[in-house]
Design a protein around this ligand. Structure first.
Ligand code: ARG
Length: 434
């Protein structure tokens, strides 16, 4: 750190090694938050002008300088480095260097404690918007694949044992509906965290009549986070809620990856993936391995680790504690890895090639036993009796035509009535609201 820390009252005893420990990776992580911090700083400046702490000229100069800084960050001209303790100090140093006293006034009525909260919250909000968009793209792709192969037979498994005839449509529509629901969950999380902590300062408010509502509106928050101490107490916990939504998405990706890693084996042989999703072996010349699918499956672990880490860090007494800085790294790491994984999925879904003959072959006569028993029950035989009767006949069973059996699975959500129109409507509604 070459700059003096902003809390230096003159002649502070600063030990380089201890400062490095305190900062940790903070400066590097603040690079992800810096533009949000700048945006919130502009709102704070406008708020200070409103209550007469800054005059019109000062506030205009500060806003212009902050916008300039934002552009330099966006273009990569300004990069945070360990000259500064953190992003907040960097912004203040920049403004002071440019504008002198106006820069030295910018921190009036705020603390780095509410500054980091508001920047993080704006960042989280953007990441949730990304998650909604990706979840809807994934749902869209699965829905298209479901419609294209709505009646294509595929064995249905329970316990990974052959159970009943099913379809590619049912398998794909399961993921489509799941990702529509994940988009809904993610938006409700967005609503939950879309509350403005700026103006709570160090966790106790300030002796100024800050217009918190106007600042909150300017930053697009739904509401003010009223209690100053609660604002600090929510740090890390809101991050956990965000990761919870991401985790739901990655759990489904993991399930899909698992299915694919089975279905692409020679033993199943239902699905082929284009070469770009596979890699070769360094020793076994015969191999193409589904590494992409496997790393997708592993990406949930990053989020699970991060959630555990956050839960451990936020076990704290009321108010700000420096421990909270340790919430930044897991949440940013999990979001980067998780969203990058999800972004691969639409292409993967679009690229699956089905071996329709292989899937048809894998549907054996015994798999019609459930249909047969229900048929008998519909004719008036008590179901338990029908079940036992069909059970005795399994060995001798010859299958119904597969397609007929599927067509008869007419309960809503079954293979014969996928309800794709319902899912389409829900997906479109989610897109319109987005
Ligand atoms: N880097 C710090 C964090 O993320 C900023 C807040 C510092 N506040 C303090 N009182 N030392 O928590």
């Amino acid at each position: 750190m070459s700059e003096r820390p902003i809390w230096d009252k003159g002649g502070a005893d600063v030990d380089e090694r201890i400062m490095r420990f305190l900062a940790g990776e903070d400066v590097r992580l603040d690079q992800h938050l810096l533009r949000y911090d700048i945006r919130a700083s502009i709102a704070h400046v406008n708020g200070l002008q409103r209550i007469g702490i800054l005059d019109g000229k000062e506030s205009a100069a500060l806003s212009a300088a902050l916008k300039g800084l934002d552009e330099s960050v966006a273009s990569g001209q300004f990069v945070l480095d360990d000259r500064y303790e953190d992003g907040h100090s960097a912004i203040e140093a920049f403004l002071t260097e440019r504008l002198g006293d106006a820069g030295r006034k910018v921190h009036t009525g705020r603390s780095r404690n509410d500054q980091v909260l508001v920047a993080t919250r704006l960042y989280l909000r953007d990441q949730l918007d990304r998650l909604v968009a990706i979840a809807l793209d994934i749902a869209e792709m699965f829905l298209e694949r479901a419609a294209a192969d709505d009646r294509t037979p595929m064995p249905g498994y329970t316990h990974l044992q052959r159970a009943v005839p099913s379809t590619v449509g049912l398998w794909c529509a399961a993921f489509a509906e799941s990702f529509i629901d994940i988009a809904m969950l993610t938006r409700s999380t967005r609503g939950w965290i879309n509350t403005c902590p700026l103006g709570t300062a160090a966790g106790y408010g300030v002796n100024l009549d800050l217009d918190r509502q106007v600042v909150s509106d300017e930053l697009g928050f739904d509401r003010v986070q009223v209690n100053a101490m609660y604002a600090q107490n929510s740090r890390g916990r809101f991050e956990m809620a965000v990761l919870h939504s991401l985790h739901q998405a990655l759990l489904e990706v993991r399930r899909f990856a698992w299915d694919l890693s089975l279905f692409t084996t020679e033993e199943f042989g239902f699905v082929r993936l284009p070469e770009r999703f596979t890699t070769g072996s360094s020793i076994m010349p015969n191999k193409r391995n589904p590494d992409v699918v496997e790393l997708l499956r592993a990406s949930g672990a990053v989020v699970e680790g991060a959630m555990a880490e956050l839960a451990a860090v936020v076990a704290l007494p009321s108010g700000y504690q420096r421990d909270l800085q340790a919430t930044k790294e897991p949440v940013i790491r999990a979001l980067m890895r998780g969203l990058a994984a999800l972004e691969i999925v639409p292409d993967l879904v679009a690229s699956m090639e089905f071996d329709r003959a292989k899937m048809r072959e894998a549907i054996t006569p015994a798999m019609f036993a459930t249909d047969r028993a229900i048929d008998l029950a519909a004719q008036g035989v008590p179901f338990r009796e029908a079940y036992q009767q069909v059970g005795r006949e399994i060995e001798a069973m010859k299958g119904l035509p597969i397609d007929e059996s599927i067509a008869q699975r007419a309960s809503l959500g079954g293979a014969g009535r996928l309800g794709l129109d319902l899912l389409r409507r829900r997906l479109d509604e989610q897109r319109e609201d987005a």
